[in-house]
Design a protein. Sequence first.
Length: 78
Amino acid sequence: MACPTSYSFPSIHAAAAFALMLSFINKQSYPVYLLFGLFVSFTRIYLGVHQLEDITASLAIAAVCFYAFDILVNDSGN
């Protein structure tokens, strides 16, 4: 399967990796998930299917979605 010739915005692979990374932010295993998120992001750029702007947007989208979900889950328990 050939790589696409055009770029897609944002990188869903990177967004998923960043969301997973954020879910472990206060845990002892966070550095492992940080490295995983960075590795996935690097591979997207290295393979030429995304640019740095796509990865940056993915991090922002993952952060907004993660914290919005966190607020919804924590507020529903009250």
